[in-house]
Design a protein around this ligand. Structure first.
Ligand SMILES: NC(=O)c1ccc[n+]([C@@H]2O[C@H](COP(=O)([O-])OP(=O)(O)OC[C@H]3O[C@@H](n4cnc5c(N)ncnc54)[C@H](OP(=O)(O)O)[C@@H]3O)[C@@H](O)[C@H]2O)c1
Length: 269
């Protein structure tokens, strides 16, 4: 059995470990972890039976799959401490945005199996869409284990590393766009006279249902729009208003802005 260890028990590690404990493959096996923060260590030990070790080096010396669940800027200092003494043959699984396989491989030492994963905030409720990629050193067993870990918090898909950034723009940044859309819809419902809680629930359930319809029928969204806009009807009026105000253009610009900012920050900073 491969031992998984987490360096960092912050927001994302907590969501992943909670999902793992709800999944049959990880419900009672050992999960190692460490964090600078005493409160996080205690909570993860009490709630999820995480075996909390003394520090990052102790986790790196024992884990077969080492999850790097720290902010990207914390990685250089972490590597300095663990690289010379980490467990041989260990696979590193990084959650750090923008840190490439090449960067991670060089930092961790030639020949190190490296996996990058980009989960999103919905991991907290088992609804993450996670993109994964890895280098050639990753074994079948490590690949399968990483897939199982991220399937415990939602949907997981392996992509080419070149697609990681575009994929994670949609899955990482666009939840915020969707929250804005939900708030705007709910507030429009309120304006139309719906009670507040009912307006938000109606908006959320509608978005889940609409996405489910696209996924389950395989029909193109434009074909579905065609089905719900009858001649001289009400929905077509709303569609025209959205188009006139540049709804699609605004979304394209938002995605472009995220990608421009990402490239201005640069990879591997
Ligand atoms: N949160 C998300 O929705 C999300 C989504 C996709 C990807 N990610 C990625 O996931 C990673 C973790 O993000 P997060 O939001 O979970 O961060 P976080 O909440 O800040 O958690 C990171 C934790 O690791 C601790 N830490 C840092 N270096 C350590 C070390 N050497 N030894 C022990 N503990 C250490 C930090 O403590 P101190 O702060 O005290 O140093 C902090 O408690 C990041 O790379 C982020 O880009 C996050």
């Amino acid at each position: 059995m491969m031992i998984i260890g987490f360096i960092g028990l912050g927001n994302m590690a907590q969501a992943i470990i909670a999902g793992m404990r709800n999944s049959p493959g990880f419900s009672d096996g050992p999960i190692l972890g460490c964090d600078h923060n005493e409160g996080k260590r205690r909570e993860m030990a009490e709630r999820f039976g995480v075996t909390v070790l003394f520090d990052d080096l102790a986790v790196a010396q024992q884990a077969d799959v080492l999850v790097l669940a720290v902010k990207p800027q914390a990685l250089p200092a972490l590597f300095k401490r663990i690289v010379p003494r980490r467990k041989a043959g260990q696979c590193a699984l990084s959650l750090a945005a923008g840190k490439t396989i090449d960067y991670l491989g060089k930092a961790l030492g030639e020949g190190c199996p490296v996996i990058r994963a980009m989960p999103n905030v919905a991991a907290r409720v088992g609804g993450s869409v996670t993109a994964l990629c890895g280098n050639e050193q990753v074994t079948e067993a490590q690949h399968a284990l990483a897939t199982e870990v991220f399937e415990a918090v939602g949907f997981a898909v392996w992509v080419k590393e070149a697609h990681m950034s575009a994929f994670s723009t949609i899955t990482g940044a666009a939840p915020a766009f969707t929250f804005l859309y939900l708030d705007a819809l709910a507030s429009a419902g309120l304006k139309a006279g719906l009670p507040k809680s009912m307006a938000m629930e109606a908006a959320c359930r509608m978005v889940m249902g609409a996405a489910k319809l696209v996924m389950e029928t395989g029909e193109h969204p434009l074909a579905l729009i065609d089905q719900v806009t009858s001649p001289g009807g009400t929905t077509i009026e709303g569609m025209h208003a959205l188009k006139a105000l540049g709804f699609e253009h605004a979304l394209h610009e938002a995605v472009k802005a995220v990608r421009e900012k990402e490239s201005s920050l640069g990879e591997n900073v």
